[in-house]
Design a protein around this ligand. Structure first.
Ligand code: THU
Length: 136
C-alpha cells in the first residue's frame, strides 16, 4: 500500500525547487519505485518558452535515466484550485512508460485525486500503433 502522504510531501519539496520565472507557476512531482526509491522533479522553464520542462517529465526522466523501470506511484502538486491536471504532453509521456501506475494529483490545499496515465489519456497513441508501420 503506497503512502501517498509521504510521496506528496516529496513532491511538495520539489515544488519549492521549481525554476518558473516566466509563468510563476511551480509544479513538483515525486515518483516512487516498487523497491522504495523516490525520484523528484520540478518544472524548469526557459527564456525560449517552448523549451520548458514539466515536473512530471523531469521526475520520470530522472528515474528512467537512473535505470528504474518499475514504478509504484507518481505524485504531482501545484497551487491550483483542483488537484493539478497534467498537461497533454506529460500524459503522452507517462502513458508510454508507466501506463497503469497510480498517479495522485494534489494541490497545496490538501485535495487529492488518484488516477493513472491510461485514465488521463484514454485511447492515446501508444507503441502498438507503430507496429505495422515500415521503419524509415
Ligand atoms: N507544468 C508542469 O510542470 N506540469 C504540468 O502538468 C502542467 C504545467 C509547468 C510547465 C510550466 O513551467 C508551468 O507549469 C506553467 O504551464
Amino acid at each position: 500500500m503506497v503512502d501517498y502522504t509521504q510521496l506528496i510531501a516529496a513532491a511538495r519539496a520539489a515544488h519549492a525547487r521549481a525554476y518558473a520565472p516566466y509563468s510563476g507557476f511551480n509544479v513538483g512531482a515525486a515518483l516512487l519505485t516498487t523497491d522504495g526509491r523516490i525520484y523528484q522533479g520540478c518544472n524548469i522553464e526557459n527564456a525560449a518558452y517552448p523549451v520548458c520542462l514539466c515536473a512530471e517529465r523531469a521526475a520520470l526522466g530522472a528515474a528512467w535515466s537512473a535505470g528504474e523501470r518499475s514504478f509504484a506511484a507518481l505524485a504531482v502538486i501545484a497551487d491550483t484550485e483542483r488537484p493539478v491536471p497534467p498537461c497533454g504532453m506529460c500524459r503522452q509521456f507517462l502513458l508510454e512508460l508507466m501506463p497503469d501506475t497510480p498517479v495522485v494529483l494534489a494541490n497545496l490545499r490538501g485535495d487529492q485525486l488518484v488516477t493513472s496515465p491510461r485514465e488521463l489519456l484514454p485511447d492515446g497513441f501508444a507503441p502498438a500503433d507503430l507496429l505495422d508501420k515500415p521503419k524509415a
